[in-house]
Design a protein around this ligand. Sequence first.
Ligand SMILES: [Zn+2]
Length: 259
Amino acid sequence: MITDPWLEAALFIFGLCIGSFMNVCIHRIPRNESIVRPGSKCPSCNHAIRFSDNIPILSYTLLKGHCRDCGHKISLRYPVVELLGGLLSLSISAKYPLSLEWFIYYAVSAALVVIAFIDIDHRIIPDHLTLPGIVLGFGASFILPELTPLDSLIGAILGGSILLSVGLLYYAVAKREGMGGGDIKLLTMIGAFLGWKGVLFTIVVASFVGSVTGAIVMLKSDKGMKTAVPFGPFLSISAIAFIHLGPDLVSWYLNLNRY
Ligand SMILES: [Zn+2]
């Protein structure tokens, strides 16, 4: 728990900059472009964005959401993702001591936000993020105090096999693919980082919130049952919720059962 306001401000600003980098990842990873070079360009006029116009939140506000060169409207999503990066940095520091543990949970949450937006935009979850993520999650189990390597392994296997079975079952009944391979690898990665409790929490919450949202979207759309809602964002949000609530939630539940 951090109580120094200067440190909190520094964490927030650091998070905003990571949020800005998250925007780059969301835009470039699905296009197979480098996330390091070149610098940001306006997608409309291709002008390089000046350093002074690339300050998270502030530049968007000062430029009133338009490119300085061509006046092209910049999506509100850019400052929203930047703000998310900043808020996650603060909320995770309220939960975990500022250490490697904080860094791991922050990096996972940031990666999950990136995955969620890529899935919304392109309906894909890139293997370049989830496959290394599975390995890193297992590696993190040697560092994180609340995760043992065995728990990480069980979480990964459980996550992958739950969604694989759902996918096979759906295919057998509906004769078409309902669960993408990307979702299966994503839940395997989440299991590797959060263990078996985290994976169960994630799948239950994501399925519930996902079905309610899916039902609302289907009712509002004239395409009916064919409207596919990407599942990745729900898995990501639920896993981020577990990072924030999980340990407390689990100990509360275990205490509840003691009496
Ligand atoms: Zn422009």
